[in-house]
Design a protein around this ligand. Structure first.
Ligand code: FES
Ligand code: FES
Length: 187
């Protein structure tokens, strides 16, 4: 008997379970767009270089064009369609809107997913390639424009909306920090 070239998986996307039979070669990006009509996630280069297809897998950034759908079985996937909560835009989405962090919008879903994860990575104290002091006892670096540009460098924007993107990420990060402080004080 010839070996099977497809498998049954359950993709857990934005809190919903999607049982699916997928060819083993199907990328997560193609499963989202072609099989599940979740077309918010964009295909740019299809080879891991532009970031347009960025989604969150178990809370961490992943370029979905380089991830096989079978490898995403059972993981928690968040796409741009799942960023808003309870009818309210995610603070990163709101900041992109308010500060014009886009032009044509093609790279925007990937930018927003990436930015949401960048803010959490930074809040968790993860350094970047431009973080100066890497000693374990060092204070976490402030999320300067230089830090944001480095951390978002995997997301390209053909329209060159970078200035506004950096401002939007900074604003959303500031909001997150203030919310965390308020929650700490109230606890
Ligand atoms: S489409 Fe995935 S990185 Fe460009
Ligand atoms: S807004 Fe057009 S590619 Fe970024």
């Amino acid at each position: 008997m010839a070996p099977s070239t497809s498998s049954a998986v359950t993709l857990n996307i934005n809190g919903e379970k999607y049982p699916l039979s997928v060819d083993h070669r199907t990328t997560l990006l193609d499963a989202l767009r072609e099989r599940l009509d979740l077309t918010g996630t964009k295909k740019g280069c299809d080879q891991g270089q532009c970031g347009a297809c960025t989604v969150l897998v178990d809370g961490r950034r992943a370029v979905s064009c380089l991830q096989l759908a079978v490898a995403a079985d059972g993981r928690e996937i968040t796409t741009i369609e799942g960023m808003a909560e309870g009818g309210r835009l995610h603070p990163v989405q709101q900041a992109f809107l308010d500060l014009d962090g886009f032009q044509c919008g093609y790279c925007t879903p990937g930018q927003i997913c990436s930015a949401a994860a960048v803010i959490e990575e930074h809040a968790a104290g993860w350094p970047s390639a431009v973080t100066g002091d890497l000693r374990p006892e060092a204070e976490p670096p402030p999320l300067t424009p230089e830090e944001i540009r480095e951390r978002m460098s995997g997301n390209l924007c053909r329209c060159g909306a970078y200035v506004s993107i950096v401002q939007a990420v900074a604003r959303a990060a500031g909001e997150r920090a203030r919310t965390a402080e308020t929650e700490e004080e109230a606890a």
